[in-house]
Design a protein around this ligand. Structure first.
Ligand code: CTP
Length: 222
């Protein structure tokens, strides 16, 4: 029995100075639809969103939490961890943050050749969750991860499934005009057994509904 579904959504932001940040092209649309679809599993939905487009910032009847950085997202996810939970990690957290963020707006240097910024690694949320669920002895905690790839989708998704201790991973192709925000897409769902299922092509609403129905069936057959 699953009593809670946590859905993370959208990009995180890492500040360079008070007016500039680095982020990525995730819109939050998939996470938003997944959080709505997940209501067939439980009414207890926690929606944790990064810098998503306005239309995807709140999910009706869900507990909605807004975060900015990857560290904020990690803390928000850890605060919600309990047994009998499904975690859907649809967010696209920034993997790196500026090593020395500035307190004041950086000034353009006249005659400067270019700008070199140094970055340091952010925590991997799924790896942290995997460690915590073992430490806390959860027996009924399930994790669906995502793998947005521009190449070698199956290979990269399977590596992430294993290395992040996931139960399923949903892989999709992304690129400049593909996968982010746009209306139709497709997903390959990979299992720890090596099995896989194709979903779509279809709208993100359709993909989210189908994915959640498959996961619900998988959970009920355990
Ligand atoms: N993820 C995470 N913590 C991070 C980065 C990613 O938990 N710091 C999660 C994402 O939410 C997603 C999965 O890991 O469910 C795969 O994310 P992706 O960005 O595809 O993979 P990365 O681990 O960042 O690897 P790479 O950027 O090398 O593809």
């Amino acid at each position: 029995m699953i009593n809670k579904v946590i859905v993370t959504s959208g990009p995180t932001r890492e500040w360079i100075d008070p007016v500039r940040y680095i982020s990525n092209a995730s819109s939050g649309k998939m996470g938003f639809h997944l959080a709505n679809s997940a209501k067939i599993i439980t009414p207890n939905i926690v929606y944790i969103a990064g810098g998503v487009e306005n239309a995807y910032s709140k999910v009706q009847d869900a507990k909605c939490v807004s975060v900015e950085t990857t560290e904020d997202l990690l803390q928000a996810v850890l605060a919600e961890l309990e047994d009998n939970t499904l975690l859907i990690m649809a967010a696209a957290p920034a993997d790196y943050k500026p090593l020395h963020p500035k307190d004041q707006k950086m000034k353009k240097q006249i005659g400067e050749q270019g700008l070199i910024l140094e970055f340091t690694e952010n925590p991997d949320i799924l790896k942290n969750v995997s460690l915590m669920k073992t430490k806390l002895g959860f027996g009924n905690f399930w994790t669906l991860g995502f793998s947005a790839e521009t190449e070698s989708l199956e290979r990269n998704a399977k590596i992430k499934l294993e290395s992040k201790g996931l139960d399923w991973i949903a892989g999709n192709r992304v690129g400049k005009d593909l996968g982010f925000g746009e209306v139709r897409s497709e997903i390959s769902l990979f299992y720890k057994t090596g099995e896989s299922k194709q979903i779509g092509p279809g709208t993100k609403e359709f993909l989210a509904d189908t994915l959640v129905s498959i996961i619900q069936k998988d959970l009920s057959s355990l």
